[in-house]
Design a protein around this ligand. Structure first.
Ligand SMILES: [Zn+2]
Length: 319
């Protein structure tokens, strides 16, 4: 049994809520508990409640967690495709930034092995201006050894060591859904941005086709019990503007993994067919990855929303 605690809405602090979804850790099986997601009746935020206490973090993020072993656990062809898309994504961020690359100050919150720091360095940003925060001590030590500014811990543990009003570009990719208090997180980042600086925030979107199809519990984006707060376009918009940031652009990116995981969970749990479910592997099944990427790309092109939403916001120059 995982030790759990009841919580209030992580955005507005209210206790006024309605049950929304429930499910298990279908991906890693770190717990036998059934977890619940509530919808806040005041601000619309979706949040896991009750949720694991902090001491359980090392249990719910096991050593084989994909983000810790990404490069070795993903199919090599899929990895190459991902690297290509990541490079395109990083170049796209730079379109919003006014600073020259030699002067750019960049922070990646949840930087993993530092692939975006390395990418921006290759594009011309000096290592001394590239900052990364990550919960993995090993990853941070190697980044520091390479000459980057690496910080080990959560944002709230290290924020006082970071320079305020400094960053031209901060990215928070697939992180906000894991934190306890998303509102504080975005406000902290707003403080670290210089006036006119850009925040890129990417997170699962609960108002997409697959999220609605699998809404009651099998949707891959729930990621029980690791996603603690989940958003859609209106709730994210409120979160960002409450931190004195102006939304500049919203994009929907392909999210094939959530499609594949949703089918995996439904087949494994509802049909009890683990053998068939294993075929729905978001890191290995290239035909499915290509198929759902194509579906999402077409949908995004036609103006529909996908399960991965990207907000680009600017810190108002007057603040
Ligand atoms: Zn709320």
């Amino acid at each position: 049994m995982t030790k759990l605690e009841s919580v209030k809405c992580g955005v507005c602090g209210s206790d006024d809520r309605t049950p929304y979804a429930e499910g298990k850790d279908y991906e890693y099986g770190t717990s036998d508990d059934t977890f619940h997601i509530d919808r806040c009746n005041i601000c619309g935020n979706l949040y896991l409640n009750p949720r694991p206490v902090r001491e359980e973090l090392s249990c719910i993020y096991p050593p084989n967690y994909y983000a810790y072993n990404y490069d070795s656990s993903i199919n090599p062809i899929a990895l190459k495709a991902k690297e290509f898309l990541d490079r395109r994504k990083a170049k796209n961020w730079l379109k919003y930034v006014t600073a020259d690359l030699e002067k750019l100050n960049f922070l990646d919150v949840g930087c993993g092995n530092g692939r975006y720091l390395q990418m921006l360095h290759r594009l011309g940003v000096p290592k001394s201006q590239l900052y990364g925060i990550e919960m993995s001590e090993g990853a941070i030590t190697s980044l520091q050894n390479e000459g980057y500014n690496g910080y080990y811990g959560r944002l709230e543990d290290v924020e006082n060591q970071l320079p305020e009003n400094t960053f031209d570009l901060i990215v928070l990719l697939q992180v906000i859904e894991h934190v306890e208090f998303p509102k504080q997180t975005v406000q902290t980042l707003s403080r670290l941005l210089r006036s006119g600086g850009i925040l890129v925030l990417e997170t699962p979107n609960t108002q997409s086709w697959d999220a609605n199809l699998f809404r009651l519990g099998y949707w891959g984006g729930y990621h029980f019990p690791r996603h603690w707060n989940l958003f859609d376009r209106p709730t994210l918009n409120r979160l960002v503007t409450a931190a004195y940031l102006q939304v500049k652009d919203i994009q929907f990116l392909p999210s094939p993994a959530f499609w594949i995981l949703s089918y995996h969970h439904a087949i494994a749990d509802k049909w009890q067919n683990q053998k068939l479910a294993n075929w729905f592997d978001p890191l290995q099944n290239l035909p499915l990855l290509s198929f759902f990427t194509a579906i999402d790309l077409v949908r995004a092109k036609l103006g529909f929303s996908t399960s991965n939403i990207q907000f680009v916001a600017v810190k108002s120059p007057t603040l």
